[in-house]
Design a protein around this ligand. Structure first.
Ligand SMILES: Cc1cc2nc3c(=O)[nH]c(=O)nc-3n(C[C@H](O)[C@H](O)[C@H](O)COP(=O)(O)OP(=O)(O)OC[C@H]3O[C@@H](n4cnc5c(N)ncnc54)[C@H](O)[C@@H]3O)c2cc1C
Length: 514
């Protein structure tokens, strides 16, 4: 059976379908609230994750209400990607009979804001479907616009019964914690440090699962704020630059708006050069923009063009427990561009500007696709590079509390491992005490045998195949580049690409790369 029934209806005819594509669970929450309201209105429907249906099934549907979030430069959630691929296929049948509405969740500080919702809408229109409502784009605080969308949908669909005002989606809860302790874990060849941080907040410390994330809104680097104020001769804007606006990054939208406001020809030209533009978008901050494309622009005008400062996510590296702190593992982003030092906002704020006792406002973000298997007797393989090991520290400690009911295997790659690194020592000690926990560490800058995690995976091909054949779940965490390399290596463990695709969609493959 493809659908989870919320309101009984024979499978062969599904006049109204609610579909969601979700990563953190927000789109699912919106879809379920909509479904609840449909039940109240006696409107028959089915609700399902996009991962459980084929878009061809929309051929038998009169109306579809779709909720989807956007991730990774404009992509739909991982679990919805197959649905999207099939929807885009050339042999996808026409959907002339279908009426639809889309609610898109996203973050407006990204150029690709709500892109997955936009793609869905345009493809459905291309296939002949008719939109019953304009697409609703919801920003970070999605609750209110999503409720508005639900109300608009119900107004179109309702059968007689008056709408009640009881539609409620909980806004996300922000906590006030304190930085309790910070400890350096390692320093890489470029002199960038990785720290272990502990936050005290008993109210939140038991409210997450191993594998979940912590959201923070950082304060921007003080040097950059000062330099901007000086450049613009606008000291009165210091607070806004420090806490309200995105200044450590630039996005395409900002460059376009700045080019429009200043009529700067060189910037207009850069906007037409893909490669150079991408390099600029990857490295430049707002001070670079002012220096590289000088123009008469007031501080207030510039401020009005800047996107709001955006949330940064970090994997929680501790096991949930109301009586212990919440831990993070954070690497400072620091690099040279235009001959000047550049700092990442959140990583430098957490690792350098904050001091023990500093307040920190944060939100817990569920990462349901990256939780440990529900059955603790399931073996797991954890593959990490750098700070990607953070969620696995939580996994390993949780499994240790349960005396490792099944085999757990951790592979961790670093440039060089520092054996006094607290996380390294913990993993080594636990693996010595528990035969069920295997810990392997590889080094990409080892003088004798440099090795990336993907090389190790290929070397251990046979053992890994056996481990996976015993039902292991595979978890991958680290940079996107590492994740892609790991994926290529893992693919070779499977007899063919079909077997790999089956494994990937089996619910046993978990990927959280950034
Ligand atoms: C699901 C998830 C989990 C994450 N978990 C962790 C974690 O456990 N530990 C951790 O340290 N980080 C983690 N990150 C990354 C983290 O969210 C931030 O992106 C990172 O700390 C940089 O943010 P920033 O504010 O310091 O830099 P920003 O101010 O956002 O960026 C400043 C500049 O640095 C560049 N930049 C950003 N990141 C990098 C990078 N890694 N290398 C080179 N240049 C970069 C940007 O392009 C920009 O030009 C995670 C991200 C996600 C999505």
């Amino acid at each position: 059976m493809f659908f989870k029934n919320l309101f009984s209806h024979p499978a062969e005819s599904a006049p109204l379908m609610v579909l969601y594509g979700t990563k953190s669970g927000n789109s699912k929450t919106v879809a379920e609230e909509l479904a609840k309201q449909l039940i109240r209105q006696n409107i028959e429907h089915r609700v399902s994750s996009m991962s459980k249906v084929k878009p061809q099934q929309l051929k038998d549907v009169e109306r579809a209400l779709l909720v989807v979030s956007t991730h990774d430069d404009g992509e739909p959630p991982v679990k919805a990607r197959k649905f999207y691929r099939q929807l885009q296929a050339a042999d996808m049948p026409g959907l002339e009979q279908l009426q639809f509405a889309v609610c898109a969740l996203g973050d407006s500080s990204y150029d690709s804001f709500c892109e997955a919702g936009k793609t869905l809408e345009s493809r459905l229109l291309e296939l002949g479907a008719k939109e019953i409502l304009p697409r609703k784009d919801c920003d970070e605080e999605f609750a209110q616009p999503a409720v508005e969308w639900i109300k608009e949908v119900l107004t179109r669909l309702k059968k007689g019964e008056e709408l009640t005002d009881e539609i409620e989606l909980e806004s996300s809860k922000w906590y006030n914690g304190t930085l309790k302790q910070r400890e350096v874990l390692s320093v890489d060849a470029e002199n960038n440090s990785t720290y272990h941080l502990e936050f005290e907040c008993p109210e939140a410390a038991g409210n997450y699962k191993s594998g979940d994330l912590l959201d923070v809104i950082p304060e921007n680097p003080a040097d950059l704020v000062l330099a901007l104020c000086e450049k613009l001769e606008a000291p009165q804007l210091a607070a806004a630059f420090a806490t309200e606006k995105e200044i450590t990054r630039v996005n395409r939208q900002l460059l376009k708006a700045y080019a429009g406001a200043t009529l700067n020809k060189s910037l207009a030209e850069l906007l037409t050069q893909n490669e150079a533009l991408n390099t600029y978008l990857k490295n430049a901050n707002v001070l670079d923009l002012l220096n590289d494309f000088p123009a008469e622009i007031s501080g207030e005008k510039l401020l009005s063009l800047l996107p709001p400062i955006r949330i940064r996510q970090f994997s929680i590296s501790s096991v949930p427990n109301a009586e212990t702190p919440i831990d993070l593992m954070v690497k400072t982003v620091r690099f040279q561009f235009n001959g000047k030092k550049h700092l990442g906002a959140a990583s430098s704020w957490l690792n350098e500007s904050s001091t023990p006792g500093s307040p920190i406002r944060f939100r817990l973000a569920a990462n349901p696709d990256f939780h440990m298997p529900a059955d603790s007797n399931t073996p797991i393989l954890m593959i990490a590079a750098g700070t990607g090991v953070a969620p696995f520290r939580a996994f390993v400690h949780e499994l240790e509390q349960q005396h490792f009911p099944a085999n757990a295997w951790l592979l961790w790659g670093e440039q060089l491992h520092h054996h006094e690194n607290r996380y390294y020592s913990e993993f080594s000690a636990i693996s010595q005490q528990h035969g069920n926990f295997l810990f392997d560490a590889v080094e990409s800058r080892n003088q004798q045998k440099p090795m990336y995690v993907q090389d190790w995976l290929l070397e251990k091909h046979h053992e890994l195949a056996a481990f996976i054949n015993h039902g292991a779940h595979v978890y991958v965490c680290g940079s996107k580049a590492m994740g892609e390399g790991v994926e290529k290596a893992l693919q070779q463990i499977f007899p063919d690409s079909a077997a790999w695709e089956i494994f990937k969609s089996s619910g046993r493959y978990h990927w959280s790369c950034y």
